[in-house]
Design a protein around this ligand. Structure first.
Ligand code: BYC
Length: 330
């Protein structure tokens, strides 16, 4: 199966069974692991991989929505969308900082992203074709993100768990603003309702894919669950999302693009149809509609920002040098 190259701490595992057992005992006791605590190399690598991908997703996630800032239909919508996109940038920064506590630099992570080696969420490789897509993203994509991220607030790694608390509060606002856009369109003219339905049709399945492959095909779930990085499996979170979201779609008077969708009274949940896993893996491997454009946009921003990074470093060096030079009394 396709797996991202890992960066950060080396993969040598010289840890003794006693060390590994003592570490697992801390996890089992629900203790938080902090940056300077001893930890197995594989735990560090797993976190660098996941937090790095998560940070990249937030930053790349600014692109599809940023595409609509200049075309938002009212000043109120424009202000809200600007704030949302800015929040996503902030989330990316907290997450890069959380990953840096594990010994990887932001430069290394960014180089992994722009070289195409690092993953980011599959969802951001789809285009935002109409204004209703902004509603659908807020409602579904942020809704899925919250479902996945609320349990991450209890993740065993302290800096990641703490970053998630603030991120989730902001995502909750994002989800509501998206739903409100959908509600306005769904209660508007026939053309507006059609636009909302079309956006739901296009974003529903990719949103379900955000939770990752089915449990049977998940590479990392077992170990990440043992380490309490993951608290629920991919399929469990996907099911929770479906159960929470279907009634919201019904309230909008919209139809979900899934003929197999049905309430299962015995199980107390919605059954849903087969996800197109070939499409998922194709997008994850770089062949989605916009993978190349997304990476190219990040590379352009990184290249064009080189002079800013150089200037900031030069300024910091100058200040440090000045601080080190004793003042000569007159
Ligand atoms: N897209 O073993 P598995 C947001 C990869 S942004 C691409 O189950 P794991 C927002 C996976 O990385 C939302 N790749 O993995 C921002 C692995 O490949 P590698 C982002 C995916 O890690 C702006 C392989 O498939 N949220 O909220 O146990 C606007 C096997 O998977 C995807 C996060 O990143 C995917 N969808 O579980 C609006 C949350 N799914 O690494 C909203 C944090 C799987 O071996 N991350 N892969 O090469 C997680 O919770 C977990 O990493 C996942 C996957 C549940 C995503």
């Amino acid at each position: 199966m396709y797996s991202q190259g890992l960066i950060g701490a080396g993969s040598d595992n010289t840890e003794t069974p006693e060390f590994l057992n003592a570490f697992q005992a801390r996890i089992d006791a629900d203790e938080k692991i902090e940056p300077n605590d001893p930890m197995p190399a594989a735990y560090r690598k797993t976190l660098i991989r996941q937090i790095g991908q998560h940070a990249h997703s937030e930053i790349v996630g600014m692109l599809p929505e940023g595409n609509w800032i200049t075309r938002a239909p009212t000043l109120r919508r424009k202000v809200a969308l600007l704030a949302k996109v800015q929040d996503e940038g902030g989330h990316g920064l907290y997450l890069y900082s959380a990953a840096e506590t594990l010994g990887v630099s932001r430069k290394e992570m960014t180089e992994e992203l722009i070289s195409g080696r690092a993953k980011y969420s599959s969802i951001f490789n789809y285009p935002t074709q109409t204004w209703a897509d902004i509603g659908a993203i807020g409602w579904l994509v942020d809704g899925a993100a919250i479902m996945n991220q609320v349990p991450l607030c209890r993740c065993s790694y302290g800096p990641y768990a703490r970053a998630m608390i603030r991120v989730c509060k902001e995502e909750s606002f994002h989800q509501r603003q998206g739903y409100e856009i959908m509600l306005t369109l769904a209660e508007g003219s026939a053309a507006q309702k059609d636009m909302a339905q079309d956006a739901l049709n296009r974003w529903w399945w990719p949103s379900l894919m955000m939770f990752g492959p089915p449990d049977g095909d998940s590479l990392h779930s077992d170990q990440s669950t043992l380490w309490k990085i993951k608290r629920f499996s991919n399929d469990e979170l996907r099911q929770k999302f479906v159960d929470a979201t279907v009634p919201q779609a019904l309230r909008l008077g919209l139809t979900l693009p899934d003929e197999a969708l049905a309430w299962n009274e015995a199980e107390g949940r919605y059954d849903y149809g087969e996800i197109d896993w070939d499409e998922f893996w194709s997008v994850v491997k770089g062949h989605g509609p916009l993978n190349k454009d997304r990476v190219a946009a990040r590379k352009k921003a990184w290249d064009e920002g080189a002079w800013v990074r150089e200037a900031a470093l030069a300024y910091a060096r100058k200040r440090a040098a000045r601080a080190a030079t004793p003042l000569v009394a007159e």
